[in-house]
Design a protein around this ligand. Sequence first.
Ligand SMILES: Cc1cc2nc3c(=O)[nH]c(=O)nc-3n(C[C@H](O)[C@H](O)[C@H](O)COP(=O)(O)OP(=O)(O)OC[C@H]3O[C@@H](n4cnc5c(N)ncnc54)[C@H](O)[C@@H]3O)c2cc1C
Length: 199
Amino acid sequence: MRGTSSPRELFREMGKQGYLGITVPERYGGSGLGYTAQSVVQEELGYSSASIALSYGAHSNLCLDNLYRNGNEHIREEFVPRLCSGEWIGSLCLTEPGSGSDALAMRTSVTEDRGEFVLNGSKTLITNAPYADLMLVYARDGDGYSAFAVRATDRGVSKGSKFSKMGMRGSPTGGELHFQDVRLGPERLVGQRGGRPGT
Ligand SMILES: Cc1cc2nc3c(=O)[nH]c(=O)nc-3n(C[C@H](O)[C@H](O)[C@H](O)COP(=O)(O)OP(=O)(O)OC[C@H]3O[C@@H](n4cnc5c(N)ncnc54)[C@H](O)[C@@H]3O)c2cc1C
């Protein structure tokens, strides 16, 4: 992977070499291996660059593995292969300006309107967010929490600039991500609706 100059180029190269989607079956563009293989790849990447290992983990594990395991067939067919090939870069969005360790205090919320979900709120400190094409976003949903596959191109999504960090500067960490009345079809729900930790 020497000579790559941008995260996009790097992710495409990692996709070509089969490093992305290691835990995803080959049918969906992955390598059909397991968590041990993924850990080995991440550790080896980390010997060269902790930043790249961090971005790789956010893409391959936090976002892609999670999407494959909990996603419906639409998500598996349409989104998972693009993340496996590196055509798309992924993020997981949990942290907010007012909730970090206390993640369940999140204020991003979802409501329903005419058969669609409507997402409103902000996230921050998200690995890969400046380049992310697909974001797995958690939101308060009534008394529980739901997760959604959100595309960067969905109407109502906007991104702040990336943070200038003291370290891990090769892993882009997003400034604020805003979701304003982002309308999502039912196929964008990832996993069960309105889940509550511990139940
Ligand atoms: C480089 C980087 C990448 C990140 N990538 C992502 C990402 O991809 N997706 C994502 O969702 N988030 C991401 N985060 C955010 C990360 O998950 C949060 O920073 C983390 O959850 C802590 O939240 P906080 O920064 O708001 O700190 P706080 O929750 O405000 O904590 C500040 C300090 O208080 C301590 N503390 C908090 N609560 C308690 C308590 N009850 N008792 C005692 N001490 C306590 C903490 O240990 C910490 O030392 C990233 C952060 C960084 C720095």
